[in-house]
Design a protein around this ligand. Structure first.
Ligand code: PEP
Ligand code: MN
Length: 338
Protein backbone atom coordinates (compact mmCIF):
# COMPACT_ATOMS: atom_id res chain seq x y z
CA UNK A 1 0.00 0.00 0.00
CA UNK A 2 1.07 3.57 -0.62
CA UNK A 3 0.04 6.12 1.98
CA UNK A 4 -0.06 9.51 0.27
CA UNK A 5 0.32 12.34 2.78
CA UNK A 6 -1.38 15.72 2.23
CA UNK A 7 0.73 18.57 0.83
CA UNK A 8 2.22 20.28 3.87
CA UNK A 9 1.50 17.37 6.26
CA UNK A 10 3.40 17.91 9.51
CA UNK A 11 6.37 15.71 10.33
CA UNK A 12 4.58 14.56 13.51
CA UNK A 13 1.72 13.30 11.36
CA UNK A 14 4.20 11.43 9.15
CA UNK A 15 5.81 9.94 12.25
CA UNK A 16 2.45 8.78 13.63
CA UNK A 17 1.55 7.12 10.34
CA UNK A 18 4.91 5.31 10.33
CA UNK A 19 4.33 4.14 13.91
CA UNK A 20 0.89 2.80 12.98
CA UNK A 21 2.28 1.01 9.91
CA UNK A 22 4.99 -0.62 12.01
CA UNK A 23 2.50 -1.42 14.76
CA UNK A 24 0.47 -3.37 12.20
CA UNK A 25 3.57 -5.43 11.38
CA UNK A 26 4.57 -3.71 8.13
CA UNK A 27 7.76 -1.99 7.06
CA UNK A 28 7.46 1.73 6.35
CA UNK A 29 9.57 3.23 3.55
CA UNK A 30 9.47 7.01 3.27
CA UNK A 31 9.70 8.60 -0.16
CA UNK A 32 10.11 12.38 0.01
CA UNK A 33 8.74 14.05 -3.10
CA UNK A 34 9.10 17.71 -4.06
CA UNK A 35 5.42 18.33 -3.20
CA UNK A 36 4.51 15.72 -0.63
CA UNK A 37 5.67 12.66 1.26
CA UNK A 38 4.46 9.21 0.39
CA UNK A 39 5.03 6.19 2.58
CA UNK A 40 5.24 2.68 1.21
CA UNK A 41 3.84 0.09 3.63
CA UNK A 42 5.33 -3.24 2.66
CA UNK A 43 4.71 -6.64 4.18
CA UNK A 44 2.32 -9.56 4.20
CA UNK A 45 -0.17 -9.01 1.37
CA UNK A 46 -2.89 -11.03 3.10
CA UNK A 47 -3.47 -8.59 5.97
CA UNK A 48 -3.30 -5.44 3.89
CA UNK A 49 -6.93 -4.50 4.55
CA UNK A 50 -5.87 -3.53 8.06
CA UNK A 51 -3.83 -0.69 6.54
CA UNK A 52 -7.08 0.86 5.31
CA UNK A 53 -7.58 2.28 8.82
CA UNK A 54 -4.72 4.69 8.11
CA UNK A 55 -6.98 6.62 5.75
CA UNK A 56 -8.63 8.51 8.63
CA UNK A 57 -5.37 9.55 10.29
CA UNK A 58 -4.52 13.27 10.36
CA UNK A 59 -2.37 14.38 7.41
CA UNK A 60 -3.25 11.38 5.23
CA UNK A 61 -4.67 12.23 1.80
CA UNK A 62 -5.35 8.77 0.45
CA UNK A 63 -4.27 5.13 0.40
CA UNK A 64 -3.55 3.35 -2.83
CA UNK A 65 -2.72 -0.32 -3.31
CA UNK A 66 0.54 -1.16 -5.12
CA UNK A 67 -0.53 -3.56 -7.83
CA UNK A 68 2.91 -4.73 -8.99
CA UNK A 69 4.65 -7.55 -7.07
CA UNK A 70 7.73 -5.35 -6.83
CA UNK A 71 6.74 -2.48 -4.58
CA UNK A 72 9.57 -0.09 -3.76
CA UNK A 73 11.10 -0.50 -7.22
CA UNK A 74 7.85 0.41 -8.97
CA UNK A 75 6.75 3.61 -10.64
CA UNK A 76 3.57 3.31 -8.55
CA UNK A 77 5.51 4.20 -5.42
CA UNK A 78 7.65 6.84 -7.12
CA UNK A 79 6.54 8.41 -10.39
CA UNK A 80 9.73 10.33 -11.19
CA UNK A 81 13.17 8.87 -11.84
CA UNK A 82 15.57 8.18 -9.00
CA UNK A 83 18.92 9.92 -9.04
CA UNK A 84 21.62 8.04 -7.19
CA UNK A 85 24.48 10.04 -5.76
CA UNK A 86 27.97 8.58 -5.71
CA UNK A 87 29.85 11.42 -4.03
CA UNK A 88 29.47 14.34 -6.44
CA UNK A 89 28.46 12.06 -9.32
CA UNK A 90 24.76 11.73 -10.19
CA UNK A 91 23.49 8.53 -11.76
CA UNK A 92 20.07 8.70 -13.42
CA UNK A 93 20.24 12.47 -14.03
CA UNK A 94 20.63 14.27 -17.36
CA UNK A 95 24.22 13.11 -17.89
CA UNK A 96 24.86 9.61 -19.26
CA UNK A 97 27.44 8.03 -16.93
CA UNK A 98 30.12 5.76 -18.37
CA UNK A 99 31.94 3.20 -16.25
CA UNK A 100 34.95 1.63 -17.94
CA UNK A 101 37.94 -0.55 -17.19
CA UNK A 102 39.22 -4.08 -17.44
CA UNK A 103 37.23 -7.20 -16.67
CA UNK A 104 39.77 -8.22 -14.01
CA UNK A 105 42.15 -6.19 -11.90
CA UNK A 106 45.60 -7.58 -12.78
CA UNK A 107 48.20 -5.10 -11.47
CA UNK A 108 48.51 -1.60 -10.09
CA UNK A 109 50.16 -0.34 -13.28
CA UNK A 110 47.36 -1.81 -15.41
CA UNK A 111 44.71 -0.13 -13.26
CA UNK A 112 46.38 3.28 -13.06
CA UNK A 113 47.13 3.30 -16.79
CA UNK A 114 43.59 2.24 -17.72
CA UNK A 115 42.10 4.75 -15.28
CA UNK A 116 44.07 7.61 -16.85
CA UNK A 117 43.03 6.70 -20.37
CA UNK A 118 39.32 6.13 -19.64
CA UNK A 119 39.21 9.37 -17.64
CA UNK A 120 40.76 11.30 -20.53
CA UNK A 121 38.05 9.88 -22.80
CA UNK A 122 35.26 11.02 -20.44
CA UNK A 123 34.46 8.03 -18.19
CA UNK A 124 33.74 8.94 -14.56
CA UNK A 125 33.84 5.49 -12.92
CA UNK A 126 36.59 2.86 -13.16
CA UNK A 127 35.53 -0.79 -13.26
CA UNK A 128 37.61 -3.87 -12.47
CA UNK A 129 36.89 -7.21 -10.80
CA UNK A 130 38.95 -8.32 -7.82
CA UNK A 131 36.60 -11.23 -7.00
CA UNK A 132 35.73 -12.92 -10.29
CA UNK A 133 32.74 -15.27 -10.70
CA UNK A 134 34.29 -17.55 -13.32
CA UNK A 135 32.48 -20.37 -15.10
CA UNK A 136 35.50 -22.63 -14.56
CA UNK A 137 37.06 -23.19 -11.13
CA UNK A 138 40.43 -23.45 -12.94
CA UNK A 139 40.18 -19.95 -14.49
CA UNK A 140 41.72 -16.84 -12.88
CA UNK A 141 39.60 -16.02 -9.82
CA UNK A 142 40.84 -12.47 -9.18
CA UNK A 143 43.36 -10.86 -6.85
CA UNK A 144 40.88 -10.41 -3.96
CA UNK A 145 41.93 -7.72 -1.44
CA UNK A 146 45.18 -6.98 -3.28
CA UNK A 147 43.04 -6.13 -6.33
CA UNK A 148 40.88 -3.81 -4.23
CA UNK A 149 44.07 -1.99 -3.21
CA UNK A 150 45.04 -1.51 -6.86
CA UNK A 151 41.59 -0.06 -7.58
CA UNK A 152 42.02 2.27 -4.63
CA UNK A 153 45.43 3.38 -5.97
CA UNK A 154 43.89 4.14 -9.37
CA UNK A 155 41.12 6.15 -7.67
CA UNK A 156 43.71 8.17 -5.75
CA UNK A 157 45.74 8.76 -8.92
CA UNK A 158 42.79 9.94 -11.05
CA UNK A 159 39.85 10.92 -8.82
CA UNK A 160 37.60 8.45 -10.66
CA UNK A 161 34.96 6.62 -8.63
CA UNK A 162 35.32 2.83 -8.57
CA UNK A 163 32.96 -0.11 -9.06
CA UNK A 164 33.86 -3.70 -8.31
CA UNK A 165 31.98 -6.95 -7.92
CA UNK A 166 31.21 -8.76 -4.70
CA UNK A 167 30.34 -12.46 -5.01
CA UNK A 168 30.20 -13.67 -1.44
CA UNK A 169 28.00 -12.30 1.38
CA UNK A 170 30.96 -12.73 3.76
CA UNK A 171 33.06 -10.28 1.68
CA UNK A 172 30.49 -7.48 1.43
CA UNK A 173 31.96 -5.40 4.25
CA UNK A 174 35.51 -5.73 2.94
CA UNK A 175 34.56 -4.79 -0.63
CA UNK A 176 32.30 -1.95 0.55
CA UNK A 177 35.20 -0.48 2.55
CA UNK A 178 37.12 0.04 -0.70
CA UNK A 179 34.56 0.65 -3.43
CA UNK A 180 32.15 3.47 -4.32
CA UNK A 181 29.66 1.16 -6.08
CA UNK A 182 29.13 -2.55 -5.38
CA UNK A 183 28.50 -4.71 -8.44
CA UNK A 184 26.31 -7.81 -8.22
CA UNK A 185 26.99 -10.01 -11.23
CA UNK A 186 24.58 -11.81 -13.51
CA UNK A 187 25.28 -15.14 -11.80
CA UNK A 188 24.27 -13.75 -8.42
CA UNK A 189 21.12 -11.86 -9.37
CA UNK A 190 19.04 -14.26 -7.26
CA UNK A 191 21.58 -14.85 -4.51
CA UNK A 192 19.15 -13.54 -1.92
CA UNK A 193 21.61 -13.69 0.98
CA UNK A 194 24.01 -11.49 -1.01
CA UNK A 195 21.22 -9.10 -2.05
CA UNK A 196 20.13 -8.68 1.59
CA UNK A 197 23.70 -8.06 2.73
CA UNK A 198 24.30 -5.29 0.17
CA UNK A 199 20.91 -3.91 1.14
CA UNK A 200 22.06 -3.61 4.76
CA UNK A 201 25.36 -1.97 3.86
CA UNK A 202 23.64 0.91 2.06
CA UNK A 203 26.33 1.65 -0.57
CA UNK A 204 25.14 2.13 -4.18
CA UNK A 205 24.67 -1.20 -5.95
CA UNK A 206 24.77 -1.98 -9.67
CA UNK A 207 22.65 -5.11 -10.09
CA UNK A 208 23.12 -7.05 -13.30
CA UNK A 209 20.31 -8.97 -14.94
CA UNK A 210 20.89 -12.70 -14.98
CA UNK A 211 21.28 -14.45 -18.31
CA UNK A 212 17.89 -16.14 -17.85
CA UNK A 213 16.13 -13.61 -15.66
CA UNK A 214 12.79 -12.16 -16.68
CA UNK A 215 12.16 -8.45 -16.19
CA UNK A 216 9.81 -9.25 -13.29
CA UNK A 217 12.38 -11.51 -11.59
CA UNK A 218 14.99 -8.81 -12.10
CA UNK A 219 12.81 -6.22 -10.39
CA UNK A 220 12.02 -8.63 -7.56
CA UNK A 221 15.78 -9.09 -7.07
CA UNK A 222 16.17 -5.30 -6.82
CA UNK A 223 13.29 -5.30 -4.34
CA UNK A 224 15.38 -7.48 -1.98
CA UNK A 225 17.97 -4.70 -1.79
CA UNK A 226 15.43 -1.88 -1.53
CA UNK A 227 13.44 -3.66 1.16
CA UNK A 228 16.52 -3.59 3.41
CA UNK A 229 16.40 0.21 3.19
CA UNK A 230 19.06 0.68 0.49
CA UNK A 231 17.40 2.68 -2.29
CA UNK A 232 20.62 3.21 -4.24
CA UNK A 233 20.13 0.51 -6.84
CA UNK A 234 21.13 0.72 -10.52
CA UNK A 235 19.82 -1.98 -12.87
CA UNK A 236 22.05 -3.26 -15.67
CA UNK A 237 21.03 -5.18 -18.79
CA UNK A 238 23.99 -7.36 -19.86
CA UNK A 239 22.57 -9.85 -22.34
CA UNK A 240 20.34 -12.88 -22.02
CA UNK A 241 20.56 -16.44 -23.36
CA UNK A 242 18.81 -17.14 -26.62
CA UNK A 243 19.36 -19.66 -29.44
CA UNK A 244 21.74 -17.22 -31.15
CA UNK A 245 25.44 -18.10 -30.96
CA UNK A 246 27.00 -15.34 -33.12
CA UNK A 247 27.19 -13.19 -30.01
CA UNK A 248 28.04 -14.37 -26.49
CA UNK A 249 24.57 -13.37 -25.26
CA UNK A 250 21.69 -11.46 -26.85
CA UNK A 251 21.74 -7.89 -25.58
CA UNK A 252 18.09 -7.21 -24.77
CA UNK A 253 17.89 -3.47 -25.39
CA UNK A 254 14.11 -3.59 -25.28
CA UNK A 255 14.58 -4.15 -21.55
CA UNK A 256 15.48 -0.46 -21.25
CA UNK A 257 12.14 1.05 -22.34
CA UNK A 258 10.26 -1.82 -20.66
CA UNK A 259 12.06 -1.31 -17.34
CA UNK A 260 11.76 2.46 -17.74
CA UNK A 261 7.99 2.11 -17.72
CA UNK A 262 7.95 -0.12 -14.64
CA UNK A 263 10.64 1.33 -12.39
CA UNK A 264 12.16 4.64 -11.30
CA UNK A 265 15.61 3.09 -10.82
CA UNK A 266 18.50 4.16 -13.13
CA UNK A 267 19.14 1.78 -16.03
CA UNK A 268 22.54 0.76 -17.41
CA UNK A 269 23.65 -1.40 -20.31
CA UNK A 270 26.78 -3.56 -20.57
CA UNK A 271 27.49 -4.00 -24.30
CA UNK A 272 30.75 -5.87 -23.57
CA UNK A 273 29.28 -8.97 -21.91
CA UNK A 274 26.11 -8.50 -23.96
CA UNK A 275 27.92 -9.14 -27.24
CA UNK A 276 31.23 -10.80 -26.28
CA UNK A 277 33.10 -9.20 -29.22
CA UNK A 278 34.84 -5.82 -29.15
CA UNK A 279 33.66 -4.90 -32.68
CA UNK A 280 30.02 -4.98 -31.56
CA UNK A 281 30.52 -2.96 -28.39
CA UNK A 282 30.43 0.47 -30.02
CA UNK A 283 27.23 0.04 -32.09
CA UNK A 284 25.35 -1.47 -29.15
CA UNK A 285 26.62 1.22 -26.75
CA UNK A 286 25.26 3.91 -29.08
CA UNK A 287 21.97 2.05 -29.44
CA UNK A 288 21.74 1.77 -25.64
CA UNK A 289 22.07 5.52 -25.17
CA UNK A 290 19.62 6.12 -28.01
CA UNK A 291 16.97 3.93 -26.35
CA UNK A 292 17.22 5.69 -22.99
CA UNK A 293 19.96 4.06 -20.92
CA UNK A 294 21.23 6.23 -18.06
CA UNK A 295 24.71 4.80 -18.38
CA UNK A 296 27.06 2.17 -19.75
CA UNK A 297 29.61 -0.20 -18.26
CA UNK A 298 32.30 -1.11 -20.79
CA UNK A 299 35.39 -3.31 -20.66
CA UNK A 300 38.63 -1.53 -21.64
CA UNK A 301 42.09 -3.09 -21.42
CA UNK A 302 45.46 -1.57 -22.38
CA UNK A 303 46.45 -4.85 -23.99
CA UNK A 304 43.38 -7.08 -24.58
CA UNK A 305 45.47 -9.93 -26.03
CA UNK A 306 47.13 -10.37 -22.62
CA UNK A 307 43.98 -9.92 -20.49
CA UNK A 308 43.36 -12.50 -17.75
CA UNK A 309 39.66 -12.52 -18.70
CA UNK A 310 37.34 -11.23 -21.43
CA UNK A 311 40.10 -9.89 -23.71
CA UNK A 312 37.98 -10.64 -26.81
CA UNK A 313 35.30 -8.18 -25.77
CA UNK A 314 37.63 -5.50 -24.37
CA UNK A 315 38.25 -2.23 -26.19
CA UNK A 316 41.73 -0.77 -26.48
CA UNK A 317 41.90 2.72 -24.95
CA UNK A 318 42.03 4.41 -28.34
CA UNK A 319 38.89 2.57 -29.54
CA UNK A 320 37.19 3.55 -26.29
CA UNK A 321 38.08 7.20 -26.91
CA UNK A 322 36.57 6.93 -30.39
CA UNK A 323 33.40 5.40 -28.97
CA UNK A 324 33.03 8.22 -26.43
CA UNK A 325 33.40 10.79 -29.22
CA UNK A 326 30.68 9.05 -31.22
CA UNK A 327 28.42 8.74 -28.18
CA UNK A 328 28.27 12.48 -27.48
CA UNK A 329 26.03 13.43 -30.43
CA UNK A 330 23.82 10.38 -29.76
CA UNK A 331 23.31 11.54 -26.17
CA UNK A 332 22.49 15.07 -27.34
CA UNK A 333 20.01 13.73 -29.89
CA UNK A 334 17.97 12.10 -27.10
CA UNK A 335 18.14 15.08 -24.78
CA UNK A 336 21.04 13.87 -22.65
CA UNK A 337 24.70 14.75 -22.34
CA UNK A 338 27.84 12.76 -21.76
C1 PEP B 1 31.84 -8.59 -15.29
O1 PEP B 1 31.30 -7.46 -15.23
O2 PEP B 1 33.05 -8.76 -15.47
C2 PEP B 1 30.96 -9.78 -15.22
C3 PEP B 1 31.39 -10.94 -14.76
O3 PEP B 1 29.72 -9.53 -15.71
P1 PEP B 1 28.39 -10.45 -15.68
O4 PEP B 1 28.10 -10.67 -14.23
O5 PEP B 1 27.39 -9.60 -16.39
O6 PEP B 1 28.71 -11.71 -16.43
MN1 MN C 1 34.11 -9.51 -17.83
Amino acid sequence: MIIVMKIGAHENQVREVIQRIEGLGYQAHIIEGTQRTVIGAVGDERGKDRLQSLEVMPGVETIVPILQPFKLASREVKGGKSIIKVGDLEIGGPAVVVMAGPCSVESEAQMVQTAQSVKAAGATVLRGGAFKPRTSPYAFQGLAEEGLKFLDAARTATGLKIITEVVNPADVELVAAYTDVLQIGARNVQNFALLKRVGEVGKPVLLKRGMATTIKEFLMAAEYILSEGNYNVILCERGIRTFETSTRFTLDLSAIPVLGKLTHLPLFVDPSHGTGHWEYVSPMAKAAVACGADGLIIEVHPNPAEAQSDGLQSLKPQKFQQLMDELRPVALAVGRRL
